[in-house]
Structures are given as C-alpha cells and as structure tokens.
Design a protein around this ligand. Structure first.
Ligand code: PLP
Ligand code: COI
Length: 338
C-alpha cells in the first residue's frame, strides 16, 4: 500500500479504493453498487450539467484511540440532503439509504481512515445529481446518488491558528430568497471568483454580508460565522446561509458549558464588540478569526492577540474534537460507531 503522510495531509482529493452509487429510475432507487471506478458515465443533456440539479454533503469519520470508527451526525447530513433535493426538485435518498451508503463506503475504505492522533479524518462526500436528460428547464426523471471518501487534514493551512478574513461587498454567494440555505453546487460556483480574489489579496477566506442590505453578517466562505462576547456565543440567523451541522453542535456545546447562545441578525458594526470570532464547518472545524478587513470602510476588526485562538473557541474546539474521537462521552448521541 502506498504510504500516506497522515500528519501532513491537506484538504484535497486522494483516491481511495471504492465509492458507492445508486440510481433513481422509474420512480424508485435501485441497488447500491460498490465500485472502484472513479468516473461516472453521464448523458450530455443531464440536468446537473445544464440546469444545476446538483447538491452535495460533507461529513467526517474519525478513528478513536479505541480503534473504533465514529461518523459524526450522519442523520443531520442525510436530512439536509433531503432538503436540498426537495428545493432542487430531485428525488433524494431516505435517511436509511443514506446511512447504508455511508457505512458501506466507509467500511470498504477502512484503510484510508487516518490513525488516531494524526489530526486527520476521513471526509465523506455524498453527491446527488439530476442524471436524466432534459432540454427544457425541467427536473430530470433520473437521479444519481454517489458517495466518495478521501482522507483529509485541515481545510485552511493555518489549522487551528487564526486566519485573516476580508469582507466581500462586490459579490454574493446566494440571493436573499435563493439557494443559500441548501447545499447546492451552484452556490459554490458563485463563490469561486470571490474566493480567488480574496486569496489574491492575501486572505484565506471571505466574509459575505446579507445580499439585500449589506448590513448583517451572513457567512464565511464555506463555513458559518460565530462571534463570542463575554460568555455569549452569537451566530447569524439568515435564510441565505447554510444551516451548519457543526454550528448547531457548537451551540449545544456552548449551552452545555453554561454560555448564552444567540441566533439572530448580527449587524456588521457589532463586530467591534466581539472578543473572539471564528468560522465553523465540517471541513473548517473551528478556524479562529484574528481579523476582518472591511475594504469599503478601510477598517480592520481584530479579535484576541492575533496569534492564538481565544479561550472559549479553544474550549469549544477541544470539546467537539474529543466527542468526535470518542475521548469524551457522546451525551447527545451524535456519533454512529462502527
Ligand atoms: N456554510 C457553507 C457555505 C458550507 O459549505 C459549509 C460546509 O458544509 C458550512 C457552512 C458548514 O456546514 P457543516 O457544519 O454542516 O459542515
Ligand atoms: C464542508 O465543510 O463539508 C464543506 O462542504 C466545505 C467545502 C469543502 C465545500
């Protein structure tokens, strides 16, 4: 077997042994197939190619000190794929089929689940697309659900070190009544230029404001945003952000730790009152934010000492990781243990 440098993995695609796939045809899901083919045959008029019938998910499996494999909040991701499918008018796998597929692909690729203690995990990427042909703007009548997995390290090369973020006032990733609340591939296409411009200016991530008034914070690249003031965890409530499973978990952990939790509009100006800020998501876990630059106002909001994560963010990060790895009791029943 090829040797993998587990401790130095980035967030990229490494081929694994198998993926799973299943077609919805004639009104029902067919057999779940395990394959080592990394390609999919696709009709040139498939709706995913022309009309954006494309949604995906992201979740992770971890290997514990006890050797067991834990998959974090699988059912939440299944439900979100169902809601993405519903909005994009696609048949979506049931929670049961989604679970069966995740377990099958993780077990088949067991040798790619990073060892305990490396900081790496197995990223699980379910995809749902309209595979049937249409020429008129209409939903397909055939869908493909597949899952591949790949071992990953940190999303930002900074890992748990704070990142600098720039506000993007020139692009929106999602419209106020659009698709921001689902995990549609199109949202990510809409964010590519913005992300590249941010990188070019030296920022690993961009912060989006609400598309209508540009007054409130929406989200941070491919992650939700949170701020902490005193012992209060504050995170945006917005129709155009993705309901993050990680963010919901952190809200629960914050409450468990005795913090206040507020989910509401966060005016941009409130940034100057936060002691800590962070981006959170499956890939990002918690990426602490040390500064946010607003090019229009030529103003920089700073958080903490600029070098390390704040006290609450650190506590939340470790609590979440420890639950995922089986180091702490899973009191909310979030892990599926294989
Ligand atoms: N927001 C966006 C736009 C994302 O792509 C992601 C990643 O999935 C998140 C937030 C975080 O969501 P989750 O914690 O469910 O991974
Ligand atoms: C995730 O956190 O799972 C994401 O989807 C982020 C990005 C890789 C799209």
């Amino acid at each position: 077997m090829e040797t993998i440098d587990w401790g130095n993995l980035g967030f990229g695609y490494l081929p694994t042994d198998y993926n799973v796939r299943c077609y919805f045809r004639n009104g029902k899901w067919g057999k779940l197939e395990l394959t080592s083919d990394q390609y999919i045959p696709i009709h040139m008029a498939a709706t995913c190619l022309h009309y954006g019938q494309d949604a995906f998910e992201g979740l992770k499996a971890f290997r514990g000190r006890d050797g067991k494999i834990r998959i974090f909040r699988l059912e939440e991701n299944a439900r979100r794929l169902i809601s993405s499918g519903d909005y994009l008018r696609m048949a979506a796998p049931s929670v049961e089929l989604f679970t069966e597929a995740v377990v099958k692909v993780v077990e088949a690729n067991e040798r790619f689940i990073p060892p305990f203690g490396t900081g790496a995990s197995l990223y699980i990427r379910p995809l749902l697309i309209g595979s049937g042909p249409q020429v008129g703007v209409k939903p397909a009548d055939e869908f493909l659900f597949l899952i591949f997995v790949t071992p990953v390290g940190p999303y930002y090369k900074e890992g748990f070190n704070p990142i600098r973020v720039i506000i993007d006032r020139d692009h929106d990733r999602a419209a106020p009544l659009g698709t921001g609340h689902i995990k549609a591939g199109g949202n990510y296409g809409a964010s590519l230029l913005s992300g590249e411009e941010g990188h070019r200016k030296g920022y690993p991530s961009v912060l989006y404001l609400d598309a209508k008034e540009k007054k409130y914070i929406d989200e941070c690249g491919a992650a939700n945003f949170f701020g902490i003031r005193g012992n209060t965890y504050i995170t945006p409530h917005s129709h155009s952000i993705l309901p993050s499973v990680t963010n919901r978990s952190l809200q629960q952990l914050a409450a468990d730790m005795g913090m206040q939790v507020e989910t509401r509009n966060i005016p941009l100006t409130e940034l100057s009152t936060f002691d800590e800020a962070g981006a959170c998501g499956t890939a990002a876990v918690i990426s602490p934010i040390c500064s946010i630059y607003d090019p229009q106002e030529e103003k920089t909001y700073t958080f903490g000492d600029g070098k390390s994560a704040g006290a609450w963010s650190t506590k939340l990060y470790h609590k979440l990781r420890d639950i995922q790895l089986g180091e702490e009791p899973d009191t909310h029943n979030w892990n599926k243990v294989l």
